[in-house]
Design a protein around this ligand. Structure first.
Ligand code: 6GU
Length: 225
């Protein structure tokens, strides 16, 4: 998979992508991530990328020309399966979206800043708009890092333990059950006996039960879906 990201703050994305799961995917040749600085497409001597909004109001809007020129340059090199715009006024990311995106070959992500981008960019180029939750971030960069992490880890071969991505919370609309490791007794706090029993059908049953209980308590909305 190849992911191109257009951003006004590439330095915000360098560090997350040079660590963790994404670095592993890059090392294994399973994912490539390329950052493109929108400022390189800025207009005039000052490399202007934003301007006041028509109709008045606080906050700057990213201009159409720098973004369109950048996207057109990228489109000369390849087609994209999806052109994603990161914005709080969009549908919220969920596991199902990540699963679908993890199967794509080429993804372009545009991250907004300030008041967002000129609507005409969204109308002409964007095929998918994603928010990562009901709160406002300064820019879409951290949100883009979240999207990339959630999809790259699903690419076969990226995770060491092939089964672990499939048993995640949300993969089956349930939260994960509690987990424990050594010691079995920490100052009187004991690990549930069933996990030490070696009875694997029984352990699976216990885990399902706990997953259901936890979901019921913390995220009952998931059970309605
Ligand atoms: Cl994608 N961008 C910004 N700026 N804020 C957000 C977001 C995105 N998702 C949630 N909050």
């Amino acid at each position: 998979m190849r992911i191109d990201i257009i951003t006004v703050a590439p330095e915000l994305l360098e560090s997350p992508f040079n660590h963790s799961i994404i670095q592993r995917a890059k090392d294994k040749g399973l994912a490539e991530i390329h950052l493109h600085n929108l400022r390189d497409y800025g207009l005039g001597n000052y490399r202007q990328i934003d301007d006041y909004q028509f109709g008045g109001g606080a906050g700057m809007v990213l201009m159409i020309e720098p973004i369109a020129n950048c996207i057109e340059d990228l489109l000369k090199e390849r087609d994209y399966d999806e052109i994603i715009y990161m914005t709080p006024d969009a549908q919220t990311l969920n596991q199902s979206i990540s699963n679908t995106l993890s199967l794509k070959e080429n993804i372009l992500i545009l991250t907004g800043h300030y008041k967002g981008v000129d609507q005409r960019i969204r109308d002409k180029y964007v095929t998918l708009e994603i928010s990562i939750g009901d709160y406002v971030l300064t820019g879409g960069e951290l949100a883009a890092a979240v999207v990339c992490d959630s999809i790259v880890r699903l690419i076969p071969g990226v995770l060491g333990d092939e089964t672990s991505a499939l048993t995640d919370s949300f993969q089956d609309n349930l939260l994960s059950p509690p987990v424990y490791t050594r010691p079995a007794d920490y100052k009187g706090m004991k690990v549930p006996d069933v996990l030490l029993s070696g009875n694997f059908p029984k352990i699976e049953e216990w885990r399902s039960e706990k997953a259901y209980e936890r979901t019921q308590k913390i995220r009952p909305d998931l059970l309605d879906e």
